[in-house]
Design a protein around this ligand. Structure first.
Ligand SMILES: [Zn+2]
Length: 216
């Protein structure tokens, strides 16, 4: 049962095509699980289509038009390249959801935590898969930037709630938490970080350079 959904603003950005690639893959994977968000998105798509149909060039001043075009250039410099990246990332995520994780480039961080990077993706500083063994705990850490997480299989709990496959969550800069995988199976999550996370407890700080985490 999915209880954690993307914010409406995130769905608006997804619908308008302005959400960065890795974030879009998180949202589309959530949509595979969630009929509630699929129907919200269908309404947003209809609304966007109606606005495009009803809008006329004459009703928009040239300065506003230029500003919009500039914004579109900023958010999507190479749409074709982004489409190819999104397709390749989506197919990687599908494979991982089906259980094919052996050929990922895993780094063991603690006894119960492994992390595999999915490579460079435009608009994100890090896109990774987290594998927490059943019942295992991730050391307490904080976030120096926004992190979007989608549970791909299993589940975890932390100070704020319990998350199962398909659940979607966002951590903001400064949030501190220590997730623990639920019993019943290993937990696998897709994480899109704007800035890498930092461990806060002194006895885990040695992990920071190991994870190539950024200071600051
Ligand atoms: Zn949803």
């Amino acid at each position: 049962m999915i209880t954690h959904h993307p914010h409406s603003n995130t769905l608006v950005e997804f619908s308008s095509g302005t959400l960065p690639v890795a974030h879009s893959v998180c949202v589309s994977t959530h949509l595979d699980h969630c009929s509630e968000c699929r129907s919200k998105l269908a309404k947003l798509d209809d609304l966007g289509g109606a606005m495009l149909e009803n809008g006329t060039a004459e009703s928009v001043s040239s300065s506003v038009f230029d500003a919009v075009m500039l914004r579109l250039d900023e958010v999507s410099p190479e749409p074709a390249a982004n489409d190819a990246t999104a397709a390749s990332l989506s197919s990687m995520v599908k494979k991982i959801r089906s259980g094919a994780t052996a050929d990922l480039n895993w780094r063991r961080v603690t006894k119960s935590l492994r992390i595999a990077s999915l490579g460079d993706v435009p608009g994100a500083s890090e896109v990774s898969v987290y594998h927490i063994s059943e019942g295992g705990k991730i050391p307490q850490h904080n976030h120096s930037g926004t992190e979007m997480t989608l549970v791909l299989s299993g589940g975890f709990s932390d100070e704020t709630g319990i998350y199962h496959a398909g659940d979607f969550l966002v951590r903001e800069a400064g949030d501190i938490h220590a997730p623990t995988a639920l019993p019943g199976g290993d937990c696998i999550c897709l994480a899109v970080l704007e800035s890498p996370l930092k461990f806060t407890r002194w006895h885990y700080r040695w992990l920071n350079p190991l994870l190539q985490l950024r200071a600051g």
